[in-house]
Design a protein around this ligand. Structure first.
Ligand SMILES: C[S@@+](CC[C@H](N)C(=O)[O-])C[C@H]1O[C@@H](n2cnc3c(N)ncnc32)[C@H](O)[C@@H]1O
Length: 213
């Protein structure tokens, strides 16, 4: 199973210990995810989750789009920073993981801001109307380039796209499998796109932040 982090575990633990502690519900969500899911480390975790929440707060986002709900950690984190009338649409295809997400959304006062759409994200994206203020791409890697093409037009000028796992446990340096190449191609695509300014951060497994001009 990929580690989904390039940061040594003791450094990750130190960063975690010096990051605002998430509400206890997030600890429970982490524990349930690790007990029930076969790839629990897909969950963004507290450092990246808190960073996402901070980005939503700093950008003043009111409408957020997420591709890749899993058990709901990142969605719930970002929803916490939305205003009362804010909204987050999140997409997934996995009924088992999203059953967990739904149960936790119901237990949070911020869960009512979240609209979970089941089905392949590329189909869901065709049904959505912009503008969104912020989008978080964190689903199947071979579709990243297609998600970029579909999401950027839905984003308002000045809006932010965040893509996760763009260092792919370091395999971007020696790509072999289809997902490795998909991430390499995605990063090159973003870097060549004049519609955005972008920065690739070495947070956890790599986060691409791209601001629409
Ligand atoms: C890395 S996980 C998301 C983790 C989540 N952001 C979190 O913090 O817990 C990726 C998710 O993408 C979903 N996914 C994979 N292919 C998809 C597709 N074609 N459309 C929508 N979701 C998809 C998977 O079911 C999985 O739950």
């Amino acid at each position: 199973m990929p580690k989904f982090t390039l940061v040594p575990p003791e450094i990750e633990a130190y960063a975690d210990a010096h990051t605002t502690a998430p509400a206890p519900l997030f600890d429970e969500l982490r524990d349930v995810t690790y007990a029930r899911m076969s790839s629990p480390n897909m969950q963004v975790g507290s450092v990246e989750g808190t960073f996402l929440r901070m980005l939503v707060a700093l950008t003043g986002a009111r409408r957020v789009l997420e591709i890749g709900t899993f058990t709901g950690y990142s969605a719930l984190m970002m929803a916490e920073a939305l205003p009362d009338d804010g909204a987050l649409i999140t997409c997934d295809i996995d009924p088992e993981a999203t059953d967990v997400a739904r149960a936790f959304f119901l237990r949070s006062p911020h869960g009512r801001k979240i609209d979970l759409r089941m089905g392949p994200a590329l189909d869901t994206l065709k049904t959505l109307q912009g503008p969104f203020d912020l989008a978080f791409i964190d689903a199947d890697k071979p579709s990243y380039a297609a998600y970029w093409d579909a999401v950027l037009p839905l984003l308002r000028p000045g809006g932010l796209i965040i893509a996760d796992n763009v260092l792919w446990s370091g395999r971007v340096l020696q790509p072999e499998g289809p997902s490795d190449h998909a991430i390499v191609d995605f990063n090159a695509k973003v870097a060549a796109d004049p519609r955005v300014e972008h920065v690739l951060l070495t947070v956890r497994d790599g986060m691409m932040l791209a601001r629409k001009r």
